[in-house]
Design a protein around this ligand. Structure first.
Ligand SMILES: *Cc1c(COP(=O)(O)O)cnc(C)c1O
Length: 406
């Protein structure tokens, strides 16, 4: 990628960075691509809790290691593992998912440029695109992500990136990077996917034509609700540009947090397999319960994107949503009486977390607006954990009884 800021000219098309994944996600999550080992080496990745590193006394900035630069050995080891999991040339780990999103767009755009983004986004990502990028002279057009036509019509001469999430929160819509990759390539535009809800176990966007993949590692990658981190996987050129933004803006991940992420990755595949299984079981179970008006899960034939999800996902994911017949009062009664599942925002951890979008991610919308977005009264999002599914069923059964009484 060009280093100099561009004028009105087109940047060169982003390289297609897919690197074939030679091992499965369980093995890669544990060992990464493997490294030379000697007797006496630790089995576990060391935490290099050092801000700065000895340098060659007569060399300049070029060889400098400094933890804000993202080149601390623990940060690098985790980034390499994530690149291997996503099948990209390179990756960079950052202090949060928002840092990953923000730095990606700061790296891809400069004043006068333009971005086309899906309307269905994590709230803070939407705000970043709608409010922050324009302050930097970057225009953003939001589109309904379902049709290729809307994306094509929104293109401008200086469009630099197309961006969407998969699956989306909280209606779990699924979109295929492949359907936009030709359009992106044709125009030399980067196709960027936030794949937080899918995790590299259920989807590898680069294998379907995406140029860059963003994750909030605070969710499935970390997996224990004890970490805030983010990652961007893509070509070496893009990752280098993001690293320059990291040096300038500073959201470096602490070495200890990078190590916590590495530990999480070791169990990513087994956790996600269990979450896929628990969520599918629960979705089928909820569909048969009285008082449940609708169950939203890509693994159910009733979901609008079921066919596509079957085709492109290795698992349908750990998040499902339900709509209760009794409306918001029933949803409150349901949430208040849970004893195993916890009421909390976020997702991807081993513990089942339940939240009501009207009180969390979608508070700024009116109830009519939420209905139009597929989030009617009585809507509850369930981010399924790895507990024994019988215990979750017993808990939800009790909560549904309480909801019907409410
Ligand atoms: C949580 C989340 C983010 C933001 O990640 P943080 O780690 O909280 O900064 C971005 N995108 C999606 C889809 C998320 O769920």
């Amino acid at each position: 990628m060009a280093k100099k800021r561009r004028g009105a000219g087109r940047r060169p098309p982003p390289e297609a960075p897919e690197v074939r994944r030679t091992r499965g996600p369980s093995t890669l999550g544990i060992h990464g691509l493997g490294r030379e080992r000697e007797p006496g080496d630790p089995v576990v990745l060391p935490i290099v809790q050092s801000a700065t590193f000895l340098s060659d006394p007569v060399r300049g900035e070029a060889g400098v290691r400094y933890t804000r630069y993202g080149n601390n050995p623990t940060q690098i080891a985790v980034a390499e593992k994530l690149a291997a999991l996503e099948g990209t040339e390179a990756a960079i780990v950052l202090a949060s998912g928002m840092a990953a999103t923000a730095l990606t767009f700061l790296a891809l755009t400069s004043a006068g440029d333009h971005v086309v983004a899906s309307r269905l986004l994590y709230g803070w990502t939407h705000r970043f695109l709608a409010e922050e990028l324009p302050l930097r002279g970057v225009g953003v057009t939001f589109v309904d992500p379902g049709g290729k036509r809307q994306w094509r019509e929104a293109l401008q001469p200086r469009t630099r990136a197309l961006f969407f999430e998969v699956p989306t929160n909280p209606t779990l819509r699924v979109f295929d990077p492949h359907s936009l990759s030709m359009l992106a390539r044709e125009h030399g535009i980067a196709l960027v996917v936030d794949s937080t809800f899918a995790s590299p176990v259920n989807l590898r966007p680069v294998g379907r034509g995406a140029d860059a993949v963003i994750h909030s590692a605070s969710k499935y990658l970390g997996g224990h609700s004890d970490l805030i981190a983010g990652v961007v996987c893509g070509s070496r050129g893009l990752v280098d540009e993001i690293q320059t933004k990291l040096k300038l803006y500073g959201p470096a991940i602490d070495p200890h947090a990078a190590w916590v992420l590495d530990r999480g990755l070791k169990t990513l595949a087994v956790r996600v397999a269990r979450q896929n299984e628990n969520a599918l079981t629960l979705a089928g179970w909820f569909e048969e319960q009285p008082g449940v008006k609708q169950v939203i899960y890509p693994g159910l034939p009733s979901h609008p994107d079921h066919h596509l999800a079957r085709k492109i996902l290795s698992g349908y994911g750990g998040v499902l949503s339900i709509v209760l017949e009794g409306g918001d009062a029933a949803a409150d009664g349901f949430c208040e009486s849970l004893q195993v599942a916890l009421n909390a925002p976020s997702l991807g951890g081993v513990e089942t977390l339940v939240s009501q979008p009207r009180l969390t991610s979608h508070t700024t919308f009116t109830s009519a607006e939420r209905s139009a977005m597929g989030i009617p009264s009585g809507f509850v999002r369930i981010a399924v954990g790895t507990e024994d599914v019988e215990d979750l069923i017993a808990d939800f059964e009790m909560a549904l009884n309480a909801a019907r009484a409410a």
